[in-house]
Design a protein around this ligand. Structure first.
Ligand SMILES: O=c1ccn([C@@H]2O[C@H](COP(=O)(O)O)[C@@H](O)[C@H]2O)c(=O)[nH]1
Ligand SMILES: [Zn+2]
Ligand SMILES: [Zn+2]
Length: 590
């Protein structure tokens, strides 16, 4: 383990059910390859995961089974290990490649910026060779200027031990926020392409594996499922998804399931399938019935030792230890433990109600954003700042706030822009539209909003539904699963209690519950120099990531401003991350 990782805590665990074919799955790791230094439940690092995958593979091989390792993207942005180097990602790329990943795909975060997708094309894809799949992403090759697939569209291979013939695809959801050096084809169009239709017509296939940075319960995955089922009613399909940062398991039919494995290296998803036909079987009818099993493994050594049946001496591989050492050296080189201030209390993204003094958003609204506005204000002009809640990625824990915490909380490079002299009433309406609460509108206007503002709906999709699905499918509020008398005598630690299509027994660790609360799409702060709470006009300041949504909302409330032409930079060269860090350095002394 990395030297500073906290010890995992001993808790009751559910075992894994192994099958002919077994999978380990990560998604939305967002640079957290050092694990969680402040949360013992998720304290294993990428080196421990390398050891875990190796030991699990050895275990599988000893029984003639197969194990495949999957990652479904958003590997970048969200942790000092990725975001604090210049250029970003130079340390993490070497660490990531140390895991043997059999199938991987791109997330939306790999495509927001030109540099990021080019690094993906020039480094990550070659590092993982034909295992990287990009069924619906093209990129402008930076060397030739030609538009080419980011990676192979699909692959076919046969597993080593069982001889299972697999055709695999790698999709990204219908993402539209990418920089213009990449092209994301909507999934519903890709599945009509000749190459896809040919690939699914292969008859020497025992299993289709669809990996993707795509939520499981979406039109995108439904369309892939329907296309395959239109050709093969019997061949099993295994989906792996991500993007919503939740644990989830979906049943498409009795022979098709999907697994999503959380976020930020909190979860290693485990999946097994039994009863598959194989290229080696004489009859195409397998001896055992088809069975799928899922488990969400908490990313810590206690779980890893339990599931491998090893101890602290026998578990780590030399390779795994070296990777942990590499992570430690990278963190030292990046000075990630440098302390910038000390947080007086915990501030939560979703674990506190909003507004509330424990909410990170209330802190931003009442403390940080007003100071930003005061510093940048134009004379005595009142100003209103709007920030999307998705710009904040993680909680702040009481105690030292480090270089690492800075990027864990706010990894993005967005700064602020503003338009002058906006009628205050219109600015307020914009906030309501962004938060999908346009009380001023009639029902038919609200319906029109839903149908016309596609991209705005996507903003809502990313922020609102994430929180919503966290409530609906990640946590059963108030429910503590104590299934046996032994377990009920054990003191449980708080964590995920996942409710999915198979029930509430998917988590390996039996947790006590945590409540998650919904937050709005956007928060805002007003400062009015003469103290008036209802100014006539305001300078409307907004984080630049939401510019296109601001423009759409403005149109909707009949505000005649061209945000792309009429806006100016607010506080030049200050990103939101700089603003937060500057405030903490000034106000949170240790
Ligand atoms: O520059 C950026 C990029 C992204 N965001 C926020 O992140 C989500 C998407 O994150 P996932 O990990 O893919 O869920 C996006 O909807 C924005 O809320 C940002 O604020 N700035
Ligand atoms: Zn993500
Ligand atoms: Zn994503």
């Amino acid at each position: 383990a990395q030297p500073s990782a906290p010890d995992p805590i001993s808790v009751p665990l559910r075992d894994l059910t192994w099958g002919q074919l077994n999978f380990l799955h990560t998604t939305d790791t967002h640079g957290w390859l050092a694990g969680h230094l402040q949360e013992p439940s998720y304290s294993a690092d990428w080196g421990d995961y390398v050891s875990f995958a190796t030991r699990m593979r050895e275990k599988a091989e000893a029984q003639g089974r197969d194990l495949l390792v999957i990652d479904t993207g958003d590997r970048v942005e969200g942790n000092g290990l990725y975001d604090s180097s210049e250029p970003k990602g130079i340390y993490i790329s070497e660490i990531l490649r140390q895991q043997h990943i059999d199938l991987l795909s791109s997330g939306n975060h790999e495509l927001y910026k030109k540099n990021t997708s080019e690094a993906e094309f020039l480094n990550t894809v070659p590092n993982f060779r034909s295992n990287y799949l990009a069924s619906n992403i093209d990129i402008v090759n930076p060397k030739t200027n030609e538009v080419v697939p980011l990676a192979p569209r699909f692959t076919k291979f046969t597993t080593k031990n069982q001889g299972i013939r697999i055709v695999a695809f790698g999709f990204l959801f219908d993402f539209t926020g990418n920089y213009n050096n990449t092209i994301v084809q909507p999934v519903e169009e890709t599945v009509k392409e000749d190459w896809f239709q040919e690939a699914i017509r292969d008859t020497d296939v025992d299993l289709f594996v669809v990996i993707g940075h795509t939520p499981l319960r979406t039109a995108e995955y439904r369309s892939i499922f329907h296309e395959i089922r239109a050709v093969h009613q019997e061949i099993p399909i295994q989906f792996f998804g991500g993007h919503l940062h939740i644990r989830d398991y979906a049943r498409y039919d009795s022979r098709a399931y999907g697994l999503a494995s959380g976020r930020f290296m909190e979860t290693i998803g485990f999946m097994s399938i039994d009863g598959l036909s194989t290229g080696k079987s004489i009859s195409t009818t397998p001896a055992t019935p088809l069975r799928f099993n899922r488990r969400y493994i908490d990313n810590n050594l206690y779980s890893f030792l339990h599931h491998t049946g090893l101890d602290e001496e026998s578990f780590p591989t030399e390779h795994g230890r070296n990777v942990s050492q590499l992570i430690h050296e990278s963190r030292v080189a990046l000075q990630l433990d440098e302390v910038h201030g000390c947080a007086p209390r915990d501030l939560w993204v979703n674990r506190a109600r909003y507004p509330d003094e424990d909410s990170i958003y209330t802190w931003l609204e009442t403390q940080v954003l007003p100071d930003l506005l005061k510093d940048g204000i134009r004379g005595a002009q009142p100003a209103l700042a709007i920030v999307n809640t998705g710009a904040i990625r993680f909680d702040i824990f009481k105690g030292p706030f480090t270089q690492d915490s800075t990027f864990i909380v706010s990894p993005f490079t967005s700064g602020f822009r503003y338009v002058k002299d906006v009628p205050y009433e219109k600015a307020q309406l914009i906030i309501q539209v962004l938060n999908k609460q346009p009380q001023i509108l009639t029902q038919s206007e609200q319906n029109a909003l839903t149908f016309t503002l596609g991209p705005l709906e996507q903003l809502a999709y990313s922020e609102d539904v994430v929180a919503d699905s966290a409530l609906n499918s990640r946590v059963v509020p108030g429910q503590i699963l104590l299934s046996t008398p032994e377990e009920s005598r054990t003191k449980l630690i708080p964590g995920y209690i996942t409710s999915d299509d198979e029930g509430t027994d998917g988590d390996d660790t039996i947790h006590s519950s945590i409540s998650f609360y919904r937050v709005p799409n956007c928060i805002h702060s007003l400062i009015s120099v003469n103290g008036s709470t209802v100014p006539e006009t305001v300078d409307l300041v907004y984080i630049d990531f939401i510019e296109r949504y601001m423009a759409l909302a403005a149109k909707f409330v009949d505000l005649d401003i061209d945000f792309f032409q009429d806006s100016e930079v607010f506080m030049p060269s200050k990103s939101f991350t700089d603003v937060i860090l500057g405030w903490i350095k000034k106000n949170w002394k240790c």
